[in-house]
Design a protein around this ligand. Structure first.
Ligand code: MN
Length: 284
């Protein structure tokens, strides 16, 4: 894998809002998984798996299917920086990949063993722990034939398990078209999202502030606050052992019970629980 040279060569970071990024692992212990719906020249879904300090990337022409008999063409494209995993917005017209990008799914992924050799052999079996896609998946390379840019054609296939839909009754792309970060549709991102990315002014959010409970803090009125996608992973601040209790009204004190601490993440009505290391413990 060539690293990020191709990624940087294709983009003008004075123009695009995509992150320049550099090689480096995310803070999560499990590798990041994302799919970005990309309304470019041709609509496609970009599957990205964090490995070795970059995001391995495939452009899936028709998007993923839960039906194991559906094999979806996945063109292996250049590695992306890890920071790209939270990107949602508009890539300006005329730039490489110009169009709207919607964060369609995110979470973590795991593999059954030596993932590096799997990529070299052209057969990658892995598990996705996302909000929309879960369970066993496969990427299979279709021979070594490649186009002039050296891009390889792979197939993305759902492996048979309890998360699969062998009857082909469900279309996850139509069922869950929205962004997991903002809840927006690709059309909503396309209309005016660019303005939000570039504005330093606080956004007017009368509807939100009316609905918000009085105790909930709102970032929208903060100076310099910028609308951005929810990061794929959030790590909590850790406690510091001190010898005395701090005094003053700005402190809250609570009893420390024995057990495990977890972060609860609620999106589109789905609650999931994560350990501080980013492991999904919802099932437990
Ligand atoms: Mn793309």
């Amino acid at each position: 894998m060539p690293g990020l040279e191709q990624y940087h060569a294709k983009r003008d970071f004075r123009v695009t809002t995509e992150p320049p990024g550099k090689k480096g692992r995310s803070k999560a212990t499990a590798g990041i998984y994302v799919i970005q719906k990309h309304d470019a020249t041709r609509l496609h879904y970009d599957l990205r798996l964090e490995h070795g300090g970059v995001l391995w990337s495939w452009a899936v022409a028709r998007g993923p299917s839960l039906d194991p008999s559906e094999k979806r063409l996945a063109v292996h494209v250049e590695d992306h920086p890890v920071e790209y995993a939270s990107f949602e917005g508009i890539i300006p017209k005329g730039e490489y990949g110009g169009g709207s990008v919607l964060l369609w799914d995110h979470g973590t992924w795991s593999d059954g063993g030596d993932v590096g050799s799997g990529l070299a052999r052209g057969r990658l079996k892995f598990r996705l722990h996302g909000e929309k896609l879960r369970g066993a998946w496969m990427l299979v390379r279709m021979g070594r034939a490649s186009d002039e840019e050296g891009k390889e054609n792979w197939l993305l296939v759902k492996d048979k398990d309890e998360e699969a839909d062998p009857a082909g009754k469900r279309d996850i792309l139509k069922e869950r078209p929205e962004s997991v970060a903002s809840g927006r549709s690709i059309e909503e991102i396309g209309s005016g999202a660019e303005r939000r990315w570039k504005s330093n002014r606080p956004r007017r959010t009368p509807a939100t502030s009316k609905r918000a409970p009085s105790a909930a803090p709102s970032a929208s009125g903060m100076k310099g606050a910028r609308r951005a996608a929810m990061p794929a992973q959030v790590r909590p601040e850790l406690a510091t052992l001190v010898s005395g209790v701090p005094e003053g009204d700005e402190w809250l004190h609570e009893v420390k019970y024995d057990g495990y601490r977890a972060l609860c993440r609620i999106e589109r009505g789905n609650a999931r629980f994560f350990t501080r290391e980013g492991h999904d413990w919802t099932a437990r």
